[in-house]
Write a protein of this length. Structure first.
Lengths: 162, 163
């Protein structure tokens, strides 16, 4: 741009005094354009991209890390109100919130890793489990159990984890 | 008479054979001009996987990844002004999630391997800018996995170099 301005002045026979002025103006204009370009984020800039992958193998348990105190290698209990019928949220490394309750439509529950299930079979006064309610079966480890009476009926409550 | 003709023929032939003896040279100068637009282009080779290995859910220690070298060939003497990560599978600062695990990538300042200049015999090579990319994964994360283990799982990220 500076060269163009000088040539323009040279073609003008009476512009000798203005050459310096125009040159300064050209320099100032060039600097202003450069500053504006930088301020605009460099519209003249180009980009080059390089693609790569980020990889991980997630292990839910059995690894070298010991279980954390007061918790489990798999799941953590977020709240434990301690009252019967309260909702307890269990957050597992599976990423799913495990609901402690009977399976839908009383089908046999699936031993999905990290799951938990509460048995609540009613027991008759003769000590016989009544059929027809919460009699579903499945594999797991009994982690707690208790017998309680509600409405003159005894219930055997078991919590099974796997 | 015959000898005179031969002499004339020889003289004529000699004249044809030596026409340059009286030649002159002249020159005409011109300019070779070009405007070079500086560029950078990715030239990766080899592995391009930032691997965190195996992460055990809720593990106590943060995980660190392997490092990969991402290379760009640039115009000699030219340097990119900045580098950032894509915002498709994470943030420009390098944060992302894979298998339900959060990670943060970092790209170190690039190193430069100077290229070779062009000559009349070779076209030369560009400068090589190498960015070392690695990452960390915070401790105590649950992750997302319905089985006892999942993976290796990978996501694609991109390093964007602006010049």
């Amino acid at each position: 741009m500076r060269g163009l301005l000088v040539r323009s002045d040279e073609r003008h026979p009476h512009a000798d005094r203005d050459v310096l002025t125009m040159t300064r103006f050209g320099s100032a204009l060039l600097a202003a354009l450069a500053a504006a370009s930088m301020a605009a984020g460099g519209a003249w800039a180009g980009q080059a991209t390089s693609t790569f992958t980020v990889e991980v193998n997630l292990q839910n348990g059995g690894g070298p890390e010991p279980p954390e105190p007061g918790g489990s290698a798999f799941c953590r209990v977020r709240n434990m109100p301690g009252s019967y019928g309260a909702v307890v949220t269990v957050v597992c490394s599976t990423g799913t919130v495990v609901e402690i309750g009977p399976p839908a439509e009383h089908a046999s529950w699936l031993p999905i890793h990290g799951g938990s299930y509460r048995f609540l079979p009613p027991v008759s006064l003769a000590g016989v489990m009544s059929p027809g309610s919460d009699m579903d079966t499945g594999l797991g480890t009994v982690t707690s159990w208790r017998v309680f009476k509600v409405a003159d009926r005894d219930f055997l409550e078991m919590t099974v984890r796997w | 008479m015959k000898n005179a003709l031969r002499a004339a023929a020889a003289a004529a032939a000699l004249g044809w054979m030596l026409p340059a003896a009286n030649a002159a040279t002249t020159s005409n100068n011109f300019n070779v001009s070009v405007t070079l637009t500086s560029q950078c282009a990715a030239t990766n080779s080899g592995t391009t996987t930032v691997s965190f290995g195996t992460y055990t859910a809720f593990q106590a220690a943060a995980a660190t990844s392997t490092s990969v070298n991402l290379t760009f060939q640039c115009t000699r003497g030219f340097s990119p002004v900045s580098a950032a990560f894509d915002t498709v599978n994470g943030t420009a600062a390098g944060v992302g999630v894979v298998q339900g695990l959060q990670y943060t990538l970092t790209a170190a300042a690039p190193t430069t391997t100077a290229g070779t200049a062009a000559t009349t015999a070779t076209i030369g090579t560009g400068d090589i800018k190498t960015y070392a990319v690695s990452g960390t994964m915070p401790a105590g994360q649950a992750g997302q996995c319905a089985a006892s283990s999942c993976g290796p799982t990978s996501v694609t990220r991109t390093l964007i170099v602006t010049f």
